[in-house]
Ligand binder design. Structure first.
Ligand code: FAD
Length: 299
């Protein structure tokens, strides 16, 4: 594909992407393979597959992306982080990704490994996503391979380590200047924060397509944990609904579907070129969300 599809495909309607993660166990992997046809029925433009912090799931990222491409005939991007790999090891991973026919990468720094508070670059490795973007382009130039499309992460409510939004946007600009094609955002529940941040990013000279990332709520405890981890604000009204839902997962999913549809509708109506859904390896909620959004999606 190439992430340039945002400028090409968006002429036919917004580009919808689904993010899945590699399960830790073989049973989980089997379940994901059973789930993929259900997600495909919802007609996303492409999938992205996350890259685990360390250890067993890393190899699975490429395996899943390859299966999505080869078995289901739809594009998939691999996420890749700076965690745990030297430059030479990154080259090996990039060669494997390229050889598998995958041409798009979501390039990230990654979080510090568990138990560590600061990110320490691996020996002869990279310290920030802007370096990874440059490294990826350098790899394809050095090896005479076709260029990768590259997405980078943006944080409408600021990355947790950044001192303020302006500094974070300055570093985002560095990442885009290093050769990214698109910015995909961290999840958020208040569109006003996204719109304000998008305006600031544009004012800072970031002109790439910006794709909002939405995570539909399916469980109250899970969403609290995730929001805390990524420093994302849960608006008071939503918080109250979630408090009332408590451990009732059915009710939580209902709230999640309504919240996500309302956010997506407003974002699409504002003219965003696409939406990236963190589908959390589930399909029932996505079926309802996509049904509701279909009239806005064309094609
Ligand atoms: P960076 O852009 O390097 O930023 C990290 C921090 O450093 C920020 O505070 C930034 O302001 C600052 N900074 C940036 N550049 C510089 C610089 N040159 N000098 C000094 N400071 C700088 N994690 C995974 O482990 N696997 C995944 O698959 C994954 N997928 C994700 C997908 C999306 C769409 C998003 C939004 C996040 C994802 N993450 C994933 C989480 C991500 O790895 C973490 O948020 C991580 O802490 C930061 O990654 P980054 O690429 O934004 O880092």
């Amino acid at each position: 594909m190439r992430f340039d599809r945002y400028s090409q495909d968006s002429r036919q309607g917004p580009v919808i992407s689904f993010e899945v993660f590699p399960p830790k166990t073989d049973a989980g992997l089997e379940k994901l393979h059973e789930l993929l046809p259900e997600l495909l029925e919802l007609r996303p433009s492409f999938f992205t597959v996350t890259y685990g912090a360390m250890g067993s799931t890393q190899g699975r990222t490429l395996e899943i992306a390859r299966t999505i491409r080869e078995r289901h005939g739809i594009d998939a991007a691999c996420h890749l982080t700076c965690v745990g790999s030297s430059r030479a090891e990154l080259d090996g991973l990039l060669a494997a990704i390229h050889d598998a026919g995958v041409r798009d990468i979501v390039a990230l720094r990654g979080d510090p490994p568990q138990g560590q508070t600061d990110f320490v670059p691996p020996a002869d490795g990279l310290g920030h996503a802007n370096e990874l973007v440059a490294h990826i382009h350098n790899f394809t130039q050095r090896t005479g391979r076709e260029r990768f499309g590259i997405a980078v992460a943006g944080y409408p409510e600021k990355h947790t380590e950044a001192p303020d939004l302006a500094t974070d946007i300055r570093f985002l600009k560095q990442k885009t200047d290093a050769g990214a094609d698109v910015v995909v955002t961290q999840l958020f529940f208040d569109n006003r924060n996204f719109f304000a941040w998008q305006r600031d990013a544009r004012a800072a000279g970031i002109s790439l397509p910006i794709i909002p990332g939405l995570l539909p709520i399916v469980k109250v405890k899970q969403i609290k944990r995730i929001s805390e981890m990524c420093g994302c604000v849960i608006p008071a009204e939503l918080e109250e609904l979630l408090r009332e839902a408590g451990d009732d997962d059915e009710r939580a999913e209902e709230i999640g579907v309504r919240q996500c549809v309302a956010q997506a509708r407003e974002l699409l109506e504002s003219g965003v070129p696409g939406i990236h859904f963190y589908v959390m390896n589930r399909s029932s909620h996505m079926r309802r969300i996509m049904q509701e959004l279909r009239p806005l999606l064309r094609g």
